[in-house]
Ligand binder design. Structure first.
Ligand code: ADP
Ligand code: ZN
Length: 530
């Protein structure tokens, strides 16, 4: 008897399903509407191709691109699966032949572009032919909030409504946001669908986040530990790419650079230097990486935090394509949040004015929310892999045992008193009508001397020097934590000056405590190395 396993082996040559594939196939075979969310390359096609060979009737596959369709049909034909496609590039006679074969049951899967669905000839065909399943590839194209909405995808709904009997509906996409997922379910009229997100995990990648007091030093240390290996260092801006690359080259490291501001020739040259390992360290903006498939990238270091988890995971995921162990390290500082906010606002401003203000506002809010989720990743003490997988909608165990946070012992630190000192400092300044950013606040609290301190007579504040035995870095770290928890807020329009919030006020007045989970302090020797 034919089973999903025997079909998988017989036609596709695989011994077993990947995690999640089996469940999706079973769900379809049980007759339930099914939505599979899997990243590119995880193996979506198998999930509907195997059932198509077991279902009683034709499977229609909606696919957005002719080239994609042809690839799939070609691959299936090679595997001995009768499949065909109809598209606008075919002569009418050929199209009629394909439909005739499908109607006669000589074809298991028929690929079609959404535009054709409501063409009268095709509708006639579809009404005469028993269709077991309609499956929608790249289903996020149906969502108006998705990156690449295609109005023709709305024809699918129309088509389904015109059929004498509704087939089982399945859909697949790599886009995981809840909004897009809900849109797909609604627009396809899916009935109590089984929804499975799977395949996002990359077990050979080791994720970690560092919060160094000096990023350049931390980067040099990380690269020294990985001498001779190939990797990418992502920076948020072109300027940062230039600075970081210059620094590495001045230290005789084999680095090159890539960003959209370089000439096409230089980009090509640098990219080749990297691909052929003449310069195995690539310092780049997010302009680098699309379509580049270098298998032996053994680390991806983010020198700045990206704007959202989608970008982060896509960029970090360029490491370890060969399946070998690889590292994905994020160097985080509170300043990264401001840079990302600035970049978000600038990119939305640059958008054409065709967008209605309400839509623009909505998109801006959505970007900010995604940045908050990214910042959560950068600052959480929970398992990083779990944080990633849950973001993409996939379940994960509490601890993976193979990431920076799982490998760190954190300790609970009651920092209430220190927090109160910082908050009081901000408060006392505001009484004098003064507002400064975190660097000056730290300078006041640690009692250091500087021009600003003299200029504003900040040494006459009652909070001057009350944290003299702490390092400025420690004060800045605590200040960042106060910002993250909402006890302080920054005003980007005023050079990120700090302001007390109502909850910060309550904490300052002793109505709350401030407990942090911090990595156990490194030995002073290790710290001095940075
Ligand atoms: P997607 O459509 O999700 O981008 P594909 O369906 O093209 O991914 O599959 C990606 C690759 O993984 C293909 O080369 C495919 O043959 C392979 N693949 C899929 N399922 C399995 C499996 N169960 N075992 C081994 N390889 C698989
Ligand atoms: Zn973990």
């Amino acid at each position: 008897m034919e089973t999903p396993q025997s079909i998988l082996k017989q036609y596709f040559g695989y011994d077993s399903f990947r995690p999640g594939q089996g469940e999706l196939v079973q769900s379809i075979l049980s007759g339930r509407d099914t939505l599979g969310i899997m990243p590119t390359g995880a193996g979506k096609s198998i999930c509907y191709q195997v059932p198509a060979l077991l279902l009683d009737g034709l499977t229609l596959v909606i696919s957005p691109l002719i080239s994609l369709m042809k690839d799939q049909v070609g691959a299936l034909a090679e595997a001995g699966v009768p499949a065909a496609c109809v598209n606008s590039s075919m002569p009418p006679a050929e199209m009629a032949d394909a439909l005739y074969a499908a109607e006669a049951g000589a074809c298991r899967l028929l690929y079609i572009a959404p535009e054709r669905l409501t063409a009268p000839a095709f509708l006639d065909f579809a009404r005469r032919t028993p269709i077991a399943m309609l499956t929608v590839d790249e289903a996020h194209c149906i969502s108006q909030w998705g990156q690449d909405f295609r109005p023709s995808y709305l024809k699918i709904e129309e088509f389904l409504a015109a059929l004498p009997a509704r087939p089982l509906v399945s859909a697949f996409t790599a886009t995981a946001t809840a909004q897009v997922r809900d849109d797909i379910v609604r627009a396809l009229g899916m009935r109590e669908p089984y929804i499975k997100t799977t395949g996002f995990d990359r077990p050979n990648l080791y994720f970690s986040v560092e919060r160094p007091s000096s990023k350049p030093n931390a980067l040099l240390r990380l690269l020294a530990e990985r001498a001779g290996k190939s990797g990418i260092v992502y920076c948020a801006t072109r300027k940062a790419v230039e600075d970081v690359c210059d620094m590495l080259v001045s230290k005789r490291l084999p680095a090159t650079r890539y960003h959209a501001g370089l000439s096409a020739e230089e980009r090509q040259l640098n990219q080749d230097d990297f691909l052929y390992d003449r310069r195995p360290i690539m310092v780049a903006t997010n302009a680098f990486g699309m379509g580049i498939d270098k298998s032996n990238v053994s680390f991806v270091i983010h020198y700045n935090m990206p704007k959202n988890m989608e970008s982060y995971y896509q960029e970090a995921g360029r490491a370890g394509r060969d399946g070998e162990p690889a590292d994905c390290i994020l160097l985080y500082s509170g300043q990264d949040v401001h840079t990302a906010e600035f970049l978000i606002e600038r990119s939305r401003e640059a958008e054409d004015d065709a967008l209605a203000p309400a839509v623009r506002q909505h998109l801006l809010e959505r970007d900010r929310e995604r940045l908050r989720r990214m910042t959560f990743y950068a600052t959480t003490t929970e398992c990083l892999r779990r944080t990633i997988l849950r973001y993409f909608g996939e379940e994960a165990p509490l601890s993976c045992g193979h990431c920076g946070n799982c490998d760190t012992t954190f300790e609970q630190v009651d920092a209430t008193v220190e927090a109160q000192k910082i908050l009081s400092c901000v408060y006392r300044l505001s009484e004098r009508g003064l507002h400064f950013g975190r660097v000056i606040i730290a300078a006041v609290l640690t009692g250091s001397k500087s021009e600003k301190i003299d200029q504003f007579r900040l040494d006459t504040l009652s909070t001057y020097g009350i944290m003299a035995d702490a390092t400025a870095a420690r004060v800045r770290q605590l200040t960042d934590a106060l910002i993250e928890r909402g006890h302080l807020r920054t005003d980007p329009a005023r050079y990120n000056a700090l302001f007390l919030t109502p909850s910060g006020n309550a904490l300052m007045r002793g109505r709350d405590t401030f407990v942090l989970r911090l990595p156990r302090e490194k030995a002073p020797a290790a710290r001095a190395a940075e």
